[in-house]
Structures are given as structure tokens and as C-alpha cells.
Design a binder for this molecule. Structure first.
Ligand code: SF4
Length: 345
């Protein structure tokens, strides 16, 4: 047996014994498996497993099949997604469920191209679905897979890294057990082959791992540096109601309810108020700067409390506490509301 196949066999055996018990790993039928893998893969894009689990359980309890999801209203889907962030995923998932029903008779397609034609499904997600749900010889390359494979084969971190990984993965593909292999590599990356201080002594493939033998770990965790963007958010209350807007402008808050928000070049707020409202008075309370991390930038938000505001009624609206619960409020909006309300008291 060649090296790639031996490594795969060891990973599969290890995975069967050490896999974490996750809600999308148990299923009652092949269609239940398809749906759970689809849902988990959408939720896991940009989000870690421990965060996803409670959202997955809540979502699955409400929508148990692709058909049920496709018949639902987007507002219900977004409400269940509330707090998980990256709401575009929820919209894409909803659209995907509708298309699976319309074009594929409710059955998740088992071809790479058909999957990639669905919203929110790229190369990685299509490969992950085909291997995990359909047991086909595909291996999606995410951060964990990349780290494990580049270490095992001690691959050079240059422009050709991805190609080299694909080549090695091709030598590891198996005729039986593709699902366990893909999940096994990912699980190894999540549990043992960590970015820093990997648990090599417990690793099932340490005898084949060149990085372990040479003690060369290329990809230590680097501190991510974020570009800073400046924003003003406006906190305006009247008769126990708060002024909100639907965000159409910022992709990261698509269609969610938020405090009026505007990006500024600097933190000089007096300029932006005139751009947002026809007239307003600046309140006296001073709210500390709110910092909020998005996937690729850091928001510095100055919250400005205003009164006597004259605004465009097509853009802004008042909501009382009871009404707020009916809408999908972004995590950012919740944070801004909490900070602002604390300083109003
Ligand atoms: S031996 Fe260490 S570096 Fe190599 S694959 Fe296992 S955990 Fe990763």
C-alpha cells in the first residue's frame, strides 16, 4: 500500500474512535443526512463548531427537512440565525432549499457542478457535501485540511501550496470511507494538529509526518491584523421608542435592523449628522467608543445620542421594546443598544 493510502487508513481508524459527537453526524435517513450536512456546512462557514451547535439544534428543531425550509419565510430563517452573523449565509441557504425543491425534486444533487450552481455553495462546500453526505471521493480544503496536509508532507508555503496539497490529497483518496476520511482530516486539524503546540504524540500519523520528524512547524498562529474603519451610530429615543433603519448599504448587515449607521473617514461626527438627518440636536451623554470585529476589518463606532431629530420617514422608523423582538437584530445592533442604553440611565 502506498504512503497516501496508509495515512488515509490510519486517519479513518482514528476518526471512528475519536470523533466528537456532533448533531449533524447522526441521521435517520440519507435525505436527513443530506440536509444536516448542508445546514451544518452553511453554518460552519466562518464560524467555529462550538458556536454553531446550539444554532444548528434550534434550526433543525424548527425546519427538519429541505422541503420544510424551502416553504418557510425568510424572516423566520433570519430570526433563527440571529446572533450567528454573516446573514448572507441564511439567505443563500433559504434560496438553495427553494432551488433544490424546484429543480431537483427536493433531493440535494450529487454532482459537483449542480451543487456549485446553488447559492452560497463554492468549491469547498460542494466538495464537503459530496464527501461527507454522499461518500464520494472529494476532499474540501479548509484551514484544518490545509494545515494537516502541509505538515504531514512538509510542503513549502509558496504560491504552489494549494496545488501541492491537491496532489497529495489525490494520492490519499479512498474507494470506501470518503466521508470518514474528509471528516477525519478535519477532526485531526481541530483536535490534534493545532496551529500552535500540536498534539503530535497522540497523532495517529506521526510516524509518517515529515514536519513532526524534522520538528518544522511552518504555520504558527499569526495574530490577524485588521483594517480599522470608522463609523457613527445614532441613538435616538422618543416616548420609549428607539429610531432604527433597515441596513441596505452595508453588505455585512444586509436587510437587518440596526441603529442608523454611517461610515466616516474620521471620527468627526458633526459633519455626518447633517448628511443623515435633516435636523438634530446632539445629546449630552457620552458613550465610550464601541469596537466590533468583522471578518476582515475592525469597526470603531462612535455612538452619538441625538434628540429633536427630523428624518426621512422612508429610511427610519420607531420601534418599541415589543416590536424589536419581531425583527432580526444584528449582534452589532444589540451591542450598540446595550452600550447606549447603559449610558442613558
Ligand atoms: S504529527 Fe503533529 S504535525 Fe504531524 S499531522 Fe500529527 S499533529 Fe500534525
Amino acid at each position: 500500500m502506498d504512503m497516501g493510502q496508509t495515512i488515509s487508513k490510519k486517519i479513518i481508524t482514528w476518526y471512528k474512535k475519536h470523533q466528537r459527537s456532533l448533531p449533524w453526524r447522526s441521521y435517520t435517513s440519507s435525505s436527513d443526512r443530506d440536509y444536516k450536512v448542508l445546514l451544518s456546512e452553511f453554518m460552519l462557514q466562518q464560524t467555529k463548531v462550538s458556536t454553531v451547535v446550539p444554532y444548528f439544534n434550534k434550526f433543525y428543531k424548527k425546519f427538519r427537512t429541505i422541503r420544510a425550509l424551502s416553504k418557510s419565510r425568510i424572516t423566520s430563517v433570519l430570526k433563527l440565525w440571529e446572533g450567528l452573523g454573516y446573514y448572507r449565509r441564511a439567505r443563500n441557504l433559504h434560496q438553495t432549499a427553494k432551488l433544490v425543491l424546484q429543480k431537483h425534486n427536493g433531493k440535494l444533487p450529487d454532482s459537483f457542478l449542480d451543487l456549485k450552481n446553488l447559492p452560497g455553495i463554492g468549491d469547498y462546500t460542494a466538495s464537503a457535501i459530496l464527501s461527507i453526505a454522499k461518500d464520494q471521493p472529494f476532499i474540501g480544503i479548509d484551514g484544518n485540511v490545509k494545515r494537516v496536509i502541509s505538515r504531514v508532507f512538509n510542503l513549502k508555503h509558496n504560491k504552489k501550496l494549494l496545488l501541492s496539497i491537491e496532489k497529495k490529497l489525490n494520492s490519499m483518496k479512498v474507494k470506501k470511507g470518503s466521508s470518514e476520511l474528509m471528516q477525519g482530516i478535519m477532526e485531526l486539524g481541530a483536535l490534534l494538529c493545532l496551529p500552535i503546540r500540536p498534539g503530535c504524540t497522540k497523532c495517529p500519523i506521526k510516524s509518517h509526518c515529515i514536519s513532526f520528524k524534522k520538528n518544522t512547524f511552518k504555520d504558527r498562529a499569526k495574530k490577524k491584523s485588521y483594517q480599522i474603519k470608522y463609523f457613527n451610530a445614532f441613538f435616538i429615543t422618543k416616548n420609549n421608542k428607539i429610531l432604527f433603519s433597515f441596513n441596505k448599504k452595508f453588505n455585512f448587515l444586509q436587510g437587518l435592523v440596526n441603529l442608523p449607521l454611517v461610515e466616516v473617514a474620521t471620527n468627526k461626527h458633526n459633519v455626518t449628522i447633517n448628511k443623515v438627518f435633516k435636523k438634530a440636536l446632539i445629546g449630552s451623554s457620552s458613550v465610550p467608543l464601541v469596537k466590533y470585529k468583522m471578518s476582515n476589518f475592525l469597526m470603531h463606532i462612535k455612538v452619538i445620542s441625538l434628540s429633536n431629530v427630523i428624518f426621512n420617514k422612508t429610511k427610519y422608523f420607531w420601534l418599541g421594546q415589543k416590536d424589536i423582538k419581531k425583527f432580526t437584530i444584528s449582534t452589532l445592533a444589540k451591542k450598540l443598544l446595550q452600550v447606549s442604553s447603559n449610558h442613558e440611565k
